[in-house]
Design a protein around this ligand. Structure first.
Ligand code: HMG
Ligand code: MG
Length: 302
C-alpha cells in the first residue's frame, strides 16, 4: 500500500504488556497465563516483545518469576525479547537467565527516579553505564527508557532540556534505542511532537521510540503527532494493560490493538495481524476478568 506523505512507510511496535502491563497487577498472575499470552503475541507478527523485568522482587512481586519465564520460553527467530534491568544485580540475573536484549531505565525527573529506583538521575546513569558495558561485552542490544518526559507525578513540570540531557547521555553510554516515556499520560499532541523533535536533534530519529500511557485519553493523538515527525518505533501494551506501581495515577499504556488499527487505516505497515492481536487481548482481559481497555479489542469482530 502506498504511504501517506509525511508519515513513515512502516513502524515497529514494541509490545510491553507482559512487563509494563502486568507489573501493575496486584494479583499474582500464574506463569502459565503469562506464557499463554506470550505465545499468542508471538503469532501476531510482533518483532519485539518485552518479556519481563529483573527488578527487585520485593519492589515488583509480579515479576518475581523472571528467571522462570526465560527458562520456560523458547525464543523464536526474528523476535527480540528485551527484559528490564535496573542495576548490575539485575543484569547478572538477566545474563544467567539467557536474556538477549535488555532495557535500562531512568527518568527526566528526580522525584520519580527516587521513588522508582531509589536513586538520583545521576546515580541511575552511572548504574546504567555499568550495566550497558556488561551488555555490550556480551553482545546484547540495549534499549534505554526515559520516564516522565512530559510531566512527573511528584515534581510536576519537566523541562525538555532535561529530557535532552538524559537522552544524550544514554546514547553516549551505548543505548541502541531510546524510548521516551510519558509515564503518567499527561502529554498532549503538540507538546509530545515538540519534545520528540527536540530530542531528535541529539538522537537520530530511527533510534527513538515513543511510549505513551493513556491516562487522559491523549495517547493515540500523541502517537499520531509523533508519526508526523517521523518516529518509527512505538511502544504499546496488549489490551491497554499497564501503569507504573511507583507513579501514582498512571493508568494503562496505549493499547497495541488501537495503534495497529490506526496504522492499518493510514497504510503504515507494522507487519502485525490485527485479528491475532485482538485475540491475544481478549485472552488476557478474560484471564484477568476485566473489561478490555482497547476500543478495538471491544469492538472488532474476528
Ligand atoms: P534498593 O533497595 O535501593 O537496592 O532497590 P540496593 O542496591 O540497596 O540493594 C538492596 C538489596 O536488594 C540487596 O540485597 C541487593 O542484592 C538486592 P541484600 O544485600 O539486602 O540481601 N537487589 C536485587 N535483588 C534482585 N534483583 C535486583 C536487585 N537489586 C538489588 N535487580 C532497585 C533498587 C533498583 C533494585 C529497586 O528500586 C527496584 O527494583 N525498582 C524497580 C521499580 C520498578 O520496577 N518500577 C517499574 C518499572 S519502570 C517503568 O515502568 C517505566 C517505564 O515503563 C517507562 C515509562 O512508562 O516511563 C519503563
Ligand atoms: Mg511505562
Amino acid at each position: 500500500m502506498s504511504h501517506q506523505a509525511g508519515y513513515p512507510d512502516s513502524v515497529r511496535i514494541v509490545e510491553v504488556g507482559l512487563r509494563d502491563g502486568l507489573q501493575n497487577e496486584q494479583q499474582i498472575i500464574p506463569m502459565q497465563v503469562k506464557l499463554s499470552l506470550l505465545h499468542r503475541l508471538e503469532k501476531t507478527g510482533l518483532r519485539t516483545i518485552e518479556l519481563t523485568g529483573f527488578v527487585h522482587p520485593l519492589w515488583v512481586p509480579q515479576l518475581a518469576d523472571a528467571e522462570a519465564m526465560l527458562s520456560q520460553h523458547q525464543p523464536l527467530a526474528g523476535i527480540q525479547y528485551p527484559v528490564l534491568v535496573p542495576n548490575l544485580t539485575g543484569m547478572q540475573r538477566a545474563l544467567t537467565a539467557g536474556a538477549q536484549e535488555i532495557a535500562v531505565f531512568t527518568a527526566a525527573s528526580e522525584g520519580f527516579n527516587q521513588k522508582n529506583i531509589n536513586c538520583s538521575i545521576e546515580e541511575s546513569l552511572q548504574r546504567s553505564a555499568a550495566v550497558i558495558e556488561l551488555a555490550k561485552a556480551n553482545n546484547l542490544r540495549v534499549r534505554g527508557y526515559i520516564s516522565c518526559v512530559l510531566g512527573c507525578p511528584i515534581d510536576g513540570k519537566v523541562k525538555v532540556s532535561e529530557v535532552l540531557r538524559v537522552a544524550e547521555k544514554l546514547l553516549a553510554l551505548g543505548c541502541d534505542e531510546i524510548s521516551l516515556g510519558d509515564t503518567i499520560g499527561v502529554g498532549t499532541p503538540l507538546k509530545a511532537k515538540q519534545m520528540l523533535e527536540a530530542v531528535a536533534a541529539v538522537v537520530p530519529m530511527p533510534q527513538l521510540a515513543v511510549h505513551f500511557h493513556d491516562t487522559n485519553g491523549q495517547a493515540l493523538a500523541n502517537i499520531l503527532a509523533c508519526l508526523e515527525s517521523g518516529v518509527q518505533v512505538i511502544d504499546s501494551s496488549i489490551a491497554g494493560l499497564g501503569g507504573c506501581p511507583y507513579a501514582p495515577g498512571a493508568t494503562g499504556n496505549i493499547a497495541s490493538e488501537d495503534v495497529v488499527y490506526m496504522l492499518n487505516g493510514m497504510g503504515i505497515e507494522s507487519g502485525i495481524d490485527l485479528d491475532a492481536l485482538v485475540a491475544a487481548g481478549r485472552f488476557i482481559s478474560g484471564a484477568l476478568g476485566r473489561t478490555n481497555a482497547s476500543a478495538v479489542g471491544r469492538a472488532w469482530n474476528t
